[in-house]
Design a protein around this ligand. Structure first.
Ligand code: FPP
Length: 248
């Protein structure tokens, strides 16, 4: 990939949407959209490595997606298991560390064991971290964090006054990942759908009309260029940010 962008996001999160519509427009079953979406996953990993994105988090299956027809759920799970098996050698070759986030208990033994295996096998890889969110709900993640902290307080290990942002972050699934810099959503929908609500506090948001199976390196590069063009102020004024830049 031919890219010369100074300000590359460290952590990109993607809501991969539009597989069903992509398939429907071609007169195909929805699962073909998901199967074709896997090629876009591969492209996004490769492009992240090329650009120097260190963390790529993909929303593969939300907690709410369990309500889809059983056949679609099963096809998606099988697609994930078979592709994890297929991709593991290339992860190891490319230095991609695999991590899973979501409600582990809701997964079948087969899916959980596959994710656990890939996490273990790639634990030493350090070029980039690929995070897959499956059976994930940001609201559930926050409720879980609140529960963990409340238990510590009840046991007398912490004072209620000790509860702060850092402690909350330490209790999220993403405790050892940085905050999201850029969030991308495909398919023209302008919403977050319960994905990484805490972690996107200061993320730049990029929406494209392309369906996920049509998302390629070019569109990814466009999103990263958009990110690079933004002035991230984190609550400060534009003048302050410019001054800080001249001091560096
Ligand atoms: C959203 O499109 C997409 C999903 C729910 C599944 C995404 C999963 C993959 C691309 C496979 C991932 C595989 C690996 C190995 C990570 P939709 O079905 O909601 O589309 P629609 O809005 O057009 O109906």
């Amino acid at each position: 990939m031919d890219i010369d962008i100074k300000n590359i996001p460290t952590h990109v999160a993607i809501i991969m949407d539009g597989n069903g519509r992509w398939a429907k427009e071609r007169g195909l079953e929805r699962v073909y959209g998901h199967a074709n979406g896997v090629a876009s996953v591969r492209k996004a990993i490769k492009a992240s490595l090329d650009m120097g994105v260190k963390y790529l988090t993909l929303y593969a299956f939300s907690q709410e997606n369990w309500n889809r027809p059983a056949a679609e759920v099963e096809a998606l799970m099988q697609l994930m298991v078979s592709n994890m098996k297929l991709e593991l050698p290339s992860f190891l070759e490319q230095g991609v560390r695999f991590r899973y986030i979501g409600n582990r208990e809701a997964l079948s033994d087969e899916v959980r064991e596959e994710f656990d295996y890939c996490e273990r096998e790639t634990a030493h890889c350090d070029k980039m971290t690929l995070v897959i969110a499956v059976s994930y709900s940001a609201q559930e993640e926050l409720a879980l964090a609140a529960r963990k902290i409340a238990r510590r307080a009840v046991r007398g290990e912490i004072n209620v006054e000790d509860i702060d942002i850092k402690m909350m972050e330490g209790c999220l699934y993403t405790s050892d990942f940085p905050m999201v810099d850029l969030m991308i959503r495909t398919s023209g929908e302008i919403r977050i759908s319960n994905f990484l609500l805490w972690q996107i506090a200061y993320a730049e948001l990029y929406f494209t009309d392309l369906y996920w199976p049509d998302f390629d390196e070019k569109e990814y590069e466009k999103a990263v260029k958009y990110y690079a063009s933004r002035e991230r102020r984190f609550g400060k004024t534009s003048e302050q940010i410019k001054q800080e830049k001249t001091l560096v």
